[in-house]
Design a protein around this ligand. Structure first.
Ligand SMILES: [Zn+2]
Length: 87
């Protein structure tokens, strides 16, 4: 029972926390994909893919890294705003 085996973010080294992520159905927009690649433990969205499911949860339990989540939120905010401005 070592304390060192707790899951950590391999990007930031933060210990992962338990959180709730929103389920995202269908094919995600580029911003979401990019965000997911850059901040792997953002814990904001859980990509469910395109396959229809009978038990569609609105939210799922997911571990997240606080640094990833913060950066991902800023990323998505700035990029979504840009997209709106560009119309
Ligand atoms: Zn992280």
């Amino acid at each position: 029972m070592s304390q060192n085996n707790r899951p950590k973010c391999h990007v930031h080294g933060d210990e992962l926390k338990k959180g709730i992520a929103k389920s995202l159905m269908g094919y995600p927009v580029d911003e979401i994909l990019q965000m997911d690649t850059n901040f792997p433990f953002n814990g904001i969205y859980e990509l469910q893919g395109c396959l229809p499911r009978l038990d569609r949860p609105d939210a799922v339990k997911k571990r997240y890294c606080p640094s990833c989540k913060k950066l991902a939120n800023e990323y998505i905010k700035s990029h979504m705003n840009k997209r709106e401005l560009e119309g």
